[in-house]
Ligand binder design. Structure first.
Ligand code: NDP
Length: 310
C-alpha cells in the first residue's frame, strides 16, 4: 500500500511542492501517493499550514504525523483533536532569509541610516557611527532562527547577547536565560530582536516593566510574533522616547488594521510579515526526510513539545 501524503496548504504552493516531493520521495525509495484531496481515513501524513483548511484531525484515523510548513506552530500546537506527532519547519532557506532580514534591520539602526538621509535636506552632520564592537544587540530566542542571526551579528563584531528558556553556550554570544537573564540583557542593549515563538509563556515578553529596563532610545525589531509585545506599552514607550524606534513585521491581527496607531507613528516601521518564508526547495527536503523517517521507524526531526507550545 502506498504512503498517502495530503498537502493541506495554500493551493498555489502545490505544483512546486508536488514536483519537489515527488523527486525526494522517489529518491528515498518510497511507494507514495501525493495529493491535495485524499479520504481522511486513508491519510498517513499531512503537510500542513494553518491556511490549508484542516482544523479537525479526528477523521484522520490512520495519521502518523503532521508536518508543518511553518516554523511558528501557535495555531496548531493547542489543537486537542491532534494526537499524533507534530513537526515544525526548520528550513535552511527560511533561516537564511531571516538572518538577512535581521542583519539588514540591525544595520539600519546601527549605522543611523535614517538620520543620514537628512543630508538631502542640506543638513551636514559628520558623526560617523560607532563600530559594531561598540554596539550591543540582544536576540530574544536562540532557536533555529535566533541562533543563526546571533552568529551573523557576532561575525560582524557586534556584542551579541542571546536569551532563551534553557541555558546555552554559543561561541561569540553572551547567553542568558530565565527572568534574571532577561533583566540583565535588556538593561544593556541598544537594539533588541525578538525571535521567540508565540506561547503562553512568551506573551507580552516586552511590556511596560521590561521596556522600562532598556536604555533610553533603544530600538526594537520584531520578526517573531505580535503577541510577544504589549502594544499599548510599546506605544507609550515610543511616545515617551524610552523606545527610539520599532520595526515590526508581525502583529496580533494580520493584516494590521488600517486604523492601528502603528501605521501612522513616526517612529515605527511596519513590514507585512515578510521577514522570511519557507522556501520550497529546501523545505520539501525536510518534509520528505521526516516521511522517510516515519516509514523507517526512526525519530522525527523538529518535533514540537505540545506542552511548551514550540
Ligand atoms: P525555535 O523553536 O527553534 O526557537 C525558539 C527559541 O525561543 C528557543 O531558543 C527557546 O528557548 C526560546 N524560548 C521559547 N520559550 C521561551 C521562554 N518562555 N523564555 C525564553 N526563551 C524562550 O524557533 P525558531 O527559531 O525556528 O522560530 C522562532 C519564531 O520565529 C517562530 O516561532 C515564529 O513565530 C517566528 N517566525 C517568523 C517569521 C516571519 O516571517 N516573521 C518566519 C518564521 C518564523 P530554548 O532554546 O531554551 O528552548
Amino acid at each position: 500500500m502506498p504512503v498517502n501524503v495530503l498537502f493541506s496548504a495554500r493551493p498555489e504552493l502545490w505544483p512546486e511542492y508536488e514536483a519537489l516531493m515527488h523527486l525526494y520521495l522517489s529518491d528515498a525509495g518510497l511507494d507514495f501517493h501525493l495529493a491535495t484531496d485524499i479520504p481522511a481515513d486513508q491519510v498517513d501524513y499531512i503537510v500542513y499550514a494553518p491556511n490549508g483548511g484542516v482544523q479537525d484531525f479526528t477523521p484522520f484515523t490512520r495519521l502518523k504525523a503532521v508536518l508543518s510548513l511553518w516554523a511558528g506552530v501557535e495555531k496548531i500546537s493547542g489543537n486537542e483533536t491532534l494526537t499524533v506527532p507534530l513537526a515544525r519547519m526548520v528550513d535552511g532557506g527560511l533561516t537564511q532569509g531571516m538572518t538577512e532580514w535581521v542583519v539588514g534591520h540591525v544595520l539600519r539602526y546601527h549605522l543611523g541610516m535614517d538620520q543620514h538621509i537628512t543630508l538631502q535636506d542640506g543638513v551636514w552632520t559628520p558623526d560617523a557611527p560607532p563600530l559594531a564592537q561598540q554596539r550591543t544587540v540582544c536576540i530574544l530566542g536562540l532557536g533555529a532562527l535566533g541562533e543563526a542571526s546571533a552568529h551573523a551579528l557576532a561575525a560582524l563584531n557586534f556584542h551579541v547577547i542571546g536569551w532563551s528558556r534553557t541555558a546555552k553556550t554559543i561561541p561569540g554570544v553572551t547567553c542568558l536565560h530565565g527572568k534574571n537573564g532577561l533583566r540583565d540583557a535588556l538593561s544593556q542593549v541598544e537594539i533588541v530582536v525578538l525571535l521567540l515563538p508565540d506561547t503562553p509563556a512568551t506573551e507580552n515578553t516586552l511590556n511596560a516593566e521590561t521596556l522600562a529596563l532598556l536604555p533610553e532610545g533603544a530600538k526594537i525589531i520584531n520578526p517573531g510574533r505580535g503577541p510577544l509585545i504589549d502594544d499599548e506599552a510599546l506605544l507609550a514607550a515610543l511616545n515617551s522616547g524610552q523606545v527610539g524606534h520599532a520595526t515590526l513585521d508581525v502583529f496580533r491581527t494580520e493584516p494590521l488594521p488600517t486604523e492601528h496607531p502603528y501605521w501612522a507613528h513616526p517612529n515605527v516601521t511596519v513590514t507585512p510579515h515578510i521577514a522570511s518564508e519557507t522556501r520550497p526547495v529546501t523545505a520539501a527536503q525536510v518534509i520528505c526526510e521526516n516521511i522517510r523517517r516515519g516509514e523507517a521507524g526512526e525519530p522525527f526531526l523538529h518535533l514540537v513539545d505540545r506542552k511548551l507550545g514550540y
